[in-house]
Design a binder for this molecule. Structure first.
Ligand code: ATP
Ligand code: MG
Length: 420
């Protein structure tokens, strides 16, 4: 790698769509330049623009320290993070991340334990900063004043050749930060970039190291994967590299033993990808509820055979599943509550007569729980009638609903405890 030597490209000649560059991010950069600092757009936004995609956010890199950024933007700026301090700028209702160039000084606020970087707040220059970034495609800097792209690591060529190359040796870079393995899967799936041989060979050796990552950070990263709009492809990659087993050990057995589980999850991911492609909303609750369902249902079935009542069995099984998963991923309380609600609603859906039907229909989680029921029905034929009932009822007038749920035929249906 040619340290300190950059190739300069003209963004227009690379057909980077100039109009898509965020005006707000440009304004922030110009204010930093006016205050005498260096500042560039960096990372995913340039990569996405070169690939013809819409960037999800516009990140900024600067030689100003977070405190100096704060003194330029005052109340519009908040310094965040301990592991990696950076400045958030609030502008026109959005948040822009401004990160100070990182450097290599031996002394300062950097903590490394067994090769893993636990904290990195040593500042430096752009040619040092570039080397701490993960992939070559994420290490391009755009100077908004003349639209030049500064490339120290061959990122432009890698993007053109659709290659996902780490900067440096995979074993070092994944040890420094195991989350990069998940980022690797996400960028490969989302952007259609091919993993380098070094990555392909190294990931299987280091999957265990994911467990050293704080569980809250892993949860955030998993949600980014779930919502990358190409989770179907990412799921295959994660399974191939055993990263899925590492993060969701509870699924190892159900996935190995039943094609239904595999199909259920694949359908869940395909649906979410399709929702995102159609700009429909998604929530982390839904896919988490899907992923943990096979384990919960195993526990539920065992409890039912021991004569527990359905709701009681479900509560006990749900607690157990969430507790087991907690060591690896820390699922925020509110999301846990949402997951439980979706699961409990699966029992409520069994009751298709009487007043309870109204409560189910008007439950705040009805929509998500109904989608969940459809997903279950997509792999279990025996649920089709139930799914049809809850689809049909949503289209009926209040009178028709009343006669459907209080009529004689409705009463004949008896609730059983079975859940699949
Ligand atoms: P996207 O925003 O589309 O998820 P991104 O590449 O912009 O992708 P961010 O998490 O926003 O990802 O990070 C911005 C940039 O910071 C990255 O492009 C990369 O250069 C650097 N970066 C982020 N996380 C890491 C990491 N764990 N290791 C090394 N560099 C990282
Ligand atoms: Mg980004």
């Amino acid at each position: 790698m040619a340290e300190n030597e950059a190739t300069l490209y003209n963004a227009r000649q690379l057909n980077l769509p100039e109009k898509e560059i965020s005006q707000a991010a440009t304004d922030i950069i110009k204010r930093l330049l006016d205050a005498g600092y260096k500042a560039y757009l960096v990372g995913g936004c340039i990569r996405d623009l070169l690939l013809g995609l819409h960037p999800k956010d516009f990140d900024i890199a600067t030689d100003a320290t977070p405190e100096q950024v704060k003194s330029v933007f005052k109340k519009k700026c908040r310094i965040i993070g301990r592991r990696f301090r950076l400045a958030h700028i609030y502008h026109n209702g959005n948040i822009y991340e401004v990160a100070t160039f990182r450097g290599f000084d031996q002394s300062g606020d950097r903590v490394v334990h067994q090769g893993q970087i636990l904290r990195d707040n040593i500042y430096g220059s752009i040619d040092q900063d570039v080397l701490r970034r993960d992939f070559t495609c994420n290490a391009l800097y755009l100077d908004v004043t003349d639209l030049s792209i500064i490339d120290y690591v061959g990122g432009v060529q890698d993007i053109q050749n659709k290659r996902l190359n780490l900067i440096g040796k995979a074993s070092d870079r994944f040890t420094e930060d195991p989350v990069r393995m998940l980022r690797c899967i996400r960028f490969s799936a989302k952007l259609g970039l091919e993993l380098s041989e070094d990555c392909r060979n190294t990931i299987p050796k280091l999957t265990n190291s994911l467990l050293k990552v704080p569980s809250a950070r892993l949860f955030d990263e998993i949600i980014k994967l779930f919502h990358c709009a190409k989770m179907t492809a990412a799921f295959q990659l994660m399974r191939h590299y055993k990263l899925f087993d590492q993060l969701f050990p509870l699924l190892k057995k159900p996935l190995a033993e039943s094609d239904h589980t595999q199909e259920f999850l694949s359908n869940a991911f395909t649906n979410t990808d399709a929702r995102l492609a159609n700009n429909q909303s998604v929530t982390p609750v839904f896919l988490m509820a899907c992923v943990l369902w096979p384990d919960m249902i195993e526990g539920y079935k065992k409890l039912i055979t021991k004569d527990h009542k359905p709701y009681e069995a479900l509560h006990i099984a749900a607690n157990k599943t969430l507790e087991k998963q907690r060591d690896i991923l820390s699922i925020p309380r509110a999301i846990q509550t949402g997951i439980r609600q979706i699961w409990v609603m699966q029992l409520r859906f069994k009751r298709m007569h009487g007043k309870g039907v109204y409560t189910t229909l008007h439950h705040p989680r009805f929509r998500a729980a109904y989608d969940f029921l459809l997903l279950r029905a997509s792999v279990h034929e025996q649920l089709e009638l139930k799914a049809d009932f809850w689809t049909h009822i949503q289209e009926l007038s209040p009178e028709a609903i009343r006669s459907l749920i209080f009529g004689k035929r409705a009463r004949n249906g008896k609730m059983n405890a079975e859940l699949v």
